[in-house]
Design a protein around this ligand. Structure first.
Ligand SMILES: C[S@@+](CC[C@H](N)C(=O)[O-])C[C@H]1O[C@@H](n2cnc3c(N)ncnc32)[C@H](O)[C@@H]1O
Length: 223
């Protein structure tokens, strides 16, 4: 399933140390790990059980969240098997006893990959849905409706448009660059996620402003 779908895939290829080290890195992680963890605290502090990350990339966020919220079992996934190896390598480096990362295409039916799992308390996807076709976002909502517990949360982090307008000049330029690289990518509008949420029986999101014109969107299942 190795599908290099993003420009970030190649950026991540720079390995940290020797050739046997499968950890990949991204500078952005260092900048946003603390704000994300802090914003998630009110939600994750109360939750026990299992969290599934979609598009974990290098796996640095997964390890960081697992260290900060050890009462949750963190499951990493990515469409790219090289990233899955990095996710596992970071967990090992951090002495975290996490389940092996799963090769999962978020746009597909997750049932066969997640056949050993019943449901999750948290499903989270950070910086994925703008660097992937809209089918990835649709797949996340559709599958989350099946795989999230009734009182669970579905979380997205990244840049978003509001009322179909960019929230900053940097995001506008970023969106243009994404679309010129692949016409199916692009910064999504919060209203698109609200529509998909309603279609899949999730409530309207809590919208949390984050540094550098990013947002954290938290959806709960509708009663
Ligand atoms: C920009 S990276 C973000 C990685 C990580 N979440 C972070 O914030 O550092 C996007 C990730 O999404 C993954 N991805 C892209 N399309 C995907 C899909 N359809 N299913 C699962 N993962 C996907 C890529 O392989 C890549 O690892």
């Amino acid at each position: 399933m190795t599908t290099p779908t993003t420009p970030h895939v190649n950026k991540y290829r720079s390995k940290i140390s020797g050739s046997n080290d499968e950890r990949l890195t991204t500078e952005v992680f260092e900048r946003n790990k603390k704000p994300i963890s802090k914003a998630l605290f009110p939600y994750l502090d109360k939750i026990t059980g299992d969290a599934l990350e979609i598009g974990s990339g290098t796996g640095q966020h997964l390890s960081y969240l697992a260290k900060n919220f050890p009462h949750i079992i963190w499951h990493g996934t990515d469409i790219d098997e090289v990233h899955c190896k990095s996710i596992d390598a970071w967990a090992k480096f951090n002495s975290l006893n996490l389940p092996h990362a799963l090769a999962l295409d978020a746009a597909s039916d997750w049932s066969s990959v997640l056949k050993e799992y019943d449901s999750f308390n948290v499903i989270i996807s950070m910086n994925v849905i703008h660097i992937s076709p809209i089918s990835t976002l649709e797949g996340i909502f559709l599958n989350s409706a099946r795989f999230i517990k009734n009182d669970g949360i579905l979380v997205f982090y990244g840049p978003f448009k509001k009322g179909n307008k960019h929230t900053g000049e940097g995001n506008k330029i970023f969106d243009q660059r994404l679309r010129s690289e692949n016409s199916t990518w692009g910064v999504r509008c919060i209203s698109t996620l609200e529509r998909l949420a309603a279609d899949n029986k999730f409530d309207s999101p809590e919208v949390i402003e984050m540094p550098a014109n990013n947002y954290l969107l938290v959806f709960k299942k509708s009663d």
